[in-house]
Design a protein around this ligand. Structure first.
Ligand SMILES: CC(C)(COP(=O)(O)OP(=O)(O)OC[C@H]1O[C@@H](n2cnc3c(N)ncnc32)[C@H](O)[C@@H]1OP(=O)(O)O)[C@@H](O)C(=O)NCCC(=O)NCCS
Length: 382
């Protein structure tokens, strides 16, 4: 088996869905995604775009802007050569990580030498209540749990596993505090590719971080999904528009092109769980991966556990015994948003940038997945 190494990456600033910079400037999501593709390619000029064997694009809402094989439209908008093929994949919240795993496997088996992965989500135009016009009758009658709204799954996790509102709000405060510190120190600038808006101005920073978040103001927020529940706008991931990219190649190809590898894609696992408590997915996916790789969670130098909701993130952190100082040290999706198709790549980028600065070796990336699944991936710094 060959070794799959990540050699370049970049991401757009995360902008608030419907009210952020992309939405208010009428930016089509394919436009900012293509800017991230080109910004990432620019980081390794030794790689000519025609050397890319495949372009794997991922998005969770394969509709509207990103309908059909929209990866091909992203490529065309980025003006990659027609000879570079593309596919579009979807495994909801883990889509970006899944794309990286697919790319790594193509490379490890020798089928391809260079794969570019890209994930994006246009939550402004493609996220909301399901249109039941085409809903499957059998599912509606027999497995309605398959369609449980995400916020309700978080309420279920909170109630079933005793995660208090206080614990959720504490995790939310930590998310904003850590993200705010990282932004202030300029850590996110390492990977943010400024996006040019339609008026020629640039968006350069993530928009969702609220540095003044505190337990008192969070306690005032009303539950969003169940009036007697505890999941609020303050302890849920934000709805965000964003895109992220990574380039993965064999270590031989990197050597040949004189490109310094950043990290190895070591392994990936996926596991299923009950859809109405989808948030607990990492509790199944992480041990499966650790066992297969012969690793232990204590060997991880950083853990990026997606904060779809504080309820599930808190439960998973407790069950997996993740040391708190290693958990989302630069904040998570409660502060930075969860653009589902991009999230797996965004979390990987955050972990690699963190390890570049701190000198650690292993990163664990994990997330729960709508429909009832969990995914996990391990990266090892080169
Ligand atoms: C929970 C949810 C419905 C809230 O939507 P929203 O009301 O549009 O959320 P907003 O971020 O605009 O916050 C609403 C208000 O809550 C308050 N608020 C939010 N975060 C806050 C914080 N950290 N501190 C204080 N107040 C806060 C503010 O008053 C805010 O209004 P403002 O932005 O005008 O100041 C939405 O974020 C959501 O659905 N999230 C989950 C997305 C999802 O399911 N993803 C897939 C997961 S698997």
């Amino acid at each position: 088996m060959k070794e799959a190494v990540i050699v370049a990456y970049g991401r757009s600033p995360s902008c608030k869905a419907k009210k952020g910079a992309y939405a208010t400037h009428n930016m089509n999501a394919i436009d900012y995604t293509a800017q991230v593709v080109n910004g990432t390619l620019k980081k390794i000029p030794q790689l000519k775009p025609e050397m890319i064997d495949d372009f794997i694009f991922g998005t969770a809402a394969t509709m509207n802007t990103f309908a059909m094989n929209s990866g091909r439209n992203v490529e065309h908008r980025a003006e990659l050569p027609d000879s570079v093929p593309s596919m579009t994949i979807n495994r909801y919240c883990s889509t970006g990580l899944q794309a990286m795993s697919l790319a790594a496997n193509y490379i490890k088996t020798g089928e391809m030498d260079v794969v570019m992965v890209c994930g994006a989500e246009d939550m402004t135009n493609s996220f909301g209540p399901l249109d039941l016009t085409y809903a499957n009758k059998w599912i509606m009658e027999n497995r309605i749990d398959s369609l449980t709204p995400m916020g309700v799954t978080a309420e279920n996790v909170a109630k079933r596993y005793g995660i208090s509102r206080q614990a959720m709000d504490e995790l939310a405060v930590a998310s904003h505090k850590n993200a705010s510190k990282a932004q202030h120190e300029g850590f996110f600038k390492d990977s943010i590719i400024p996006v040019e808006l339609d008026d020629g101005s640039y968006v350069t920073e993530d928009e969702g971080i609220r540095p003044d978040t505190n337990l008192d103001s969070l306690a005032l927020l009303k539950p969003c999904f169940d009036e007697h529940g505890s999941v609020t706008a303050g302890n849920s991931s934000q709805m965000t528009d964003a895109a992220a990219c990574a380039i993965i190649m064999s270590s031989e190809k990197a050597d040949e092109l004189g490109i310094k590898p950043i990290a190895k894609f070591v392994g990936f696992s996926i596991a299923g769980c009950h859809p109405d408590e989808m948030g607990i997915g990492p509790v199944y996916a992480v041990p499966k991966l650790m066992q297969r790789l012969g690793l232990d969670i204590n060997k991880m130098d950083v853990v990026e556990l997606n904060e779809a909701f504080a309820a599930q993130a808190e439960y998973c952190a407790r069950e997996l015994k993740i040391p708190r100082e290693k958990l989302n040290p630069w904040g998570g999706a409660i502060a930075l948003g969860h653009p589902q198709g991009a999230t797996g790549i965004v979390l990987s980028i955050k972990a690699m940038d963190y390890l570049k600065r701190t000198g650690g070796k292993y990163a664990l990336i994990t997330m729960c997945i709508g429909g009832g699944m969990g995914a996990a991936g391990v990266l090892e710094m080169c």
